[in-house]
Design a protein around this ligand. Sequence first.
Ligand code: FIX
Ligand code: ZN
Length: 397
Amino acid sequence: MVDEALRTTPVIDVHTHLFDPSFGELGLWGIDDLLTYHYLEAEFFRFSRLRPGEYWSLSKQQRADQIWRTLFVENAPLSEATRGVISVLDALGLDTAPATLAPLREFFAVQNLDEYIPRVFDLAGIKSVVMTNDPLDPIEAQVWTRGRHADKRFASALRLDRLLNEFPAHCHQIASQGYAVNEDLRCCALAEARKFVVDWCNRMGAVYMAASVPDTFAFPDDGLRSRLLLDLPLALMIGVRRQVNPSLRLAGDAAGLADLRAVENLCRDFPENRFLISVLSRENQHELCIIARKFNNLMPFGCWWFLNNPSIVEEITRERLEMLGASFIPQHSDARILEQLIYKWRNTRRTIAPILAKTCDLVVQDGRPITYSEVQHIVSRLFRLNFEEWTRGSTPN
Ligand code: FIX
Ligand code: ZN
């Protein structure tokens, strides 16, 4: 019953770094992008003698060739991320162990996105994804300001990392968009910063605002973070330590244990606001479940980044089911490349199905039957309804 319900329930992927076709080159797909994914780059530097500087001096194709040879030919693809590429090639009916990438590049070269995106969404069992949209990314901002055809499959989320975590560095950029802000937010600058956020939320039709914050995140604090809450769901991704090894670029970020009293304070001080919270440290997971039992304006979501490994997804999901029932969002893909949707959701279904089945079985053992329509409802709640309800009526003012 669980397998069937998971197979037939189209999922909403609440956090990705994917872009719809109107964003052109920002949208990544195909074998070279799949292989130059920062998860694989991190693993590559563990096996290869190549120095990061030498690697970055190569073209994307040359980098992909290096990664394929090192992680898939000279070594067996054992890790979650390397197995992911194999799973994608298999799902597309392609050779999963060619000596070189030439035959695979031929396949991707002839794909037409209008037909290909629906095929990938179908293989992944996806209804829609939520993008990560940064109004301070010059290339992306151009697409929004010139206007784009909304694509129902790709919802938008206003990403505020640069605004909330590096305001002084981006103050001039915001000012150049016509907002009277200044570095220390004197007089009406805060209202102008809020106006910047509201305008971009409306321009994007954002379903939520989002920001990742470091493991040192505290609330309340003296900065902008405390003063920029709107009545739009805020997704906070807590516990990333950016660029602990800058030479690896995107692969150079790490994680740290956060003090979740900041989350308690946020939920208590802003009872009308809705918070989607994901924490990066494995050691923060239990406490997040406890805080969620205290505040119903907190929705835990996903097994983020370094947690997105079956052994840890199992542990986190079981704990959440035991403590929260079906009142959480088990997973998001964080896909950066289109085809990653296929393996990340294949893995999630494969990992979560036995846990859900076991939990339903325990209900029966405890003396109450479970029907198929109840199983369908549980799966819909976890992978669609919780998010739809959380973001319903999300228009900022
Ligand atoms: O902050 C985020 O949204 C993270 O997911 C990314 O920064 C990270 O690079 C990533 O791709 C994780 O899967
Ligand atoms: Zn992300």
